[in-house]
Design a protein around this ligand. Sequence first.
Ligand code: NAG
Ligand code: NAG
Ligand code: NAG
Ligand code: NAG
Length: 188
Amino acid sequence: MGSKRLTSALLLFLLVSTGSSASHSNWRKKAREPCKTLVFYFHDIIYNGHNAKNATAAIVGAPSWGNRTILAGQDHFGDLVVFDDPITLDNNLHSTPVGRAQGFYIYDKKDIFTAWLGFSFVFNSTEHKGSINFAGADPLMNKTRDISVIGGTGDFFMSRGVATLMTDAFEGDVYFRLRVDIKLYECW
Ligand SMILES: *[C@@H]1O[C@H](CO)[C@@H](O)[C@H](O)[C@H]1NC(C)=O
Ligand SMILES: *[C@@H]1O[C@H](CO)[C@@H](O)[C@H](O)[C@H]1NC(C)=O
Ligand SMILES: *[C@@H]1O[C@H](CO)[C@@H](O)[C@H](O)[C@H]1NC(C)=O
Ligand SMILES: *[C@@H]1O[C@H](CO)[C@@H](O)[C@H](O)[C@H]1NC(C)=O
């Protein structure tokens, strides 16, 4: 009688504990599937002393050994660049922009190209209205780099997730194009 009771108590305990761990892992699995994916390109034309009309980015801070016309040596360490770049749906600079990528990057490592990004995608089109905010480390030598989607407004209210960056093209220190694969794990 006593041992029977113990066995059923044990069984109940096992059922409860396996049940709860199963639902816990289900929840985690669900949260790892994005609720929305988006792909954009943006184009950064850095001022180089000759392209004031075309430039969409400017060096606004440089270390003592550099200047604000040319990115500094030592992997551009210490340079701070502000940008207002067109966002396109394909990889063509001349496609109609669907929004602007606005923010800054700082080069923050001396012995390898690495930047830190803080910027927003700002949309005001019939397709999208609102903004998506990004932040994170960008180790440029990596083929793909993940940065955080830390929030959003408008159509992207309270969005969070990850954005995978890929350098799609670059021309010296004057132009680069990034492909941005956005995966949102929190959507409203
Ligand atoms: C400036 O942009 C125009 C078109 O947007 C392009 O045709 C031209 O080559 C660019 N000029 C420079 C100096 O980058
Ligand atoms: C900026 O620095 C570069 C190389 O470090 C140099 O060639 C250029 O003349 C400098 N420009 C100005 C305006 O000081
Ligand atoms: C968005 O576009 C509309 C229509 O072109 C304009 O009235 C509005 O001021 C714009 N909003 C922002 C935040 O730029
Ligand atoms: C850089 O790439 C490596 C391997 O390709 C990957 O494991 C790592 O997560 C990447 N780092 C970042 C910050 O994306």
